[in-house]
Write a protein that binds this ligand. Sequence first.
Ligand SMILES: NC(=O)c1ccc[n+]([C@@H]2O[C@H](COP(=O)([O-])OP(=O)(O)OC[C@H]3O[C@@H](n4cnc5c(N)ncnc54)[C@H](O)[C@@H]3O)[C@@H](O)[C@H]2O)c1
Length: 322
Amino acid sequence: MDRLKNKTILVTGSAGFIGFNVSKKLLAEGIKVVGIDNFNDYYSVELKEARNKLLEKFDNYKLYRGNLENIDFIEKVFEQEKIDRICHLAAQAGVRYSLEHPDVYIQTNIVATHNLLKLAKDHKVSDFVFASSSSVYGTIDVFPSKEDFNLQTPLSLYAATKQSGELMAHAYNHLYGLRIRCLRFFNVYGPWGRPDSALYIFTDLISKNKTIDVFGDSAKDYTYIDDIVDGVVNSIAVDLDYEIINLGNDRPIELSRYIELIEKELGKKATKNKLPPAVGDVQKSCADISKAKKLLGYNPKTPVEQGIKKFVAWYKEYYKIK
Ligand SMILES: NC(=O)c1ccc[n+]([C@@H]2O[C@H](COP(=O)([O-])OP(=O)(O)OC[C@H]3O[C@@H](n4cnc5c(N)ncnc54)[C@H](O)[C@@H]3O)[C@@H](O)[C@H]2O)c1
C-alpha cells in the first residue's frame, strides 16, 4: 500500500459493487481516487447512488459521471487529472443478461475497455488492473482452474468479452509496455452486493415468502468482498508486468448448502422451484489461488457461513427488514 501514497488511482465502475468497496479502502488509506461511472440502470440506480454518497464523504474522492464508451469524455478526465494507475472494474456484468443484450457487452466490455487502454498508453499511465472473470474457463472441467489453462470455450458472450479484454491487455503490454494485471474474480458476494446475484435474489424472495427458482445443482467458489478488495488493492500496488491472476476462495459450495445458510440467517424456509441449469451458466468453479498467494500475498479469510451472515445483516438493515 505504501507504493500508492501520493498516487492518483482511476477506478472505473466506482459506484458498482466491487468498485465502491475498492475505492472505499483506497480512500480510507488516504490515497486519491478518481471515480468514473455512468450509473446505468442495469440494476437499482438508487443503490449505486447510495454507495457513491458514502464515497463522496472523502475529500480525496472525485467522481466523473459519464460513459466509458465515449472516448472524448475519458480524454477530458485525463486532461483534468494526472492519473498514475488504473483499476478498470466497470463492465456490463452478468451472464444471463448477455443472452438478450449482446450488443451492450461488445460496447461496454470491449469498446470501452479498448478506449481506456488506448488513453492509458497515450497518457503514460504505468499500471492497469483489469477485472476479468472465472467464466473464461468455460467448458474446462479440470479443477481447480489454473491461469495457464488453454482457453477456447467460453459459454456466454459475457465470458467471450472478458477473455477479449485479457487479450487486448496483453497486446498493449507487449506493444507499449503498459503493465497489466488481469484478475479473474470467482463469484464475489457480500454487503452492498449486486441485485442480480443469486445471494441477493434468494435473500429478497425468501424474506418475502416467495418461491425461488433454483437452476441446476451447481457447486461454485464464492469469494467474500473484503478478501477480493485485499487482492485488488494489492494488485494495484504491486510491481509486476503482465499477469493473469485468479482471485477466488478455492472452496466450492453446493447451491443447496448456500441456500440453507441464507435460510438460517433469515430464520425462514425457502420454497424452491427446481429447474435445469440456465443456458450459459457455469455449473462448477474452483480457483487455484496459489499464484495470487505468491504474487499478491492473497489470503482469503472469510468462510461462507460468516460471509452470508454479514450479507443478510446488511440486507436487513439497508431495507429496514425486521
Ligand atoms: N461480482 C462478481 O461476482 C464478478 C465476478 C467476475 C467478474 N466480475 C467483474 O468485476 C467487475 C465489477 O463487477 P461488479 O460486481 O462490481 O459489477 P457492477 O455492475 O456492480 O459494477 C459495474 C459498474 O460499472 C458501471 N458501468 C457499466 N458500464 C459503464 C460504462 N460504459 N461507463 C461507465 N460506467 C459503466 C455501472 O454503472 C456499475 O456501477 C466487472 O468488470 C465484472 O465483470 C465481477
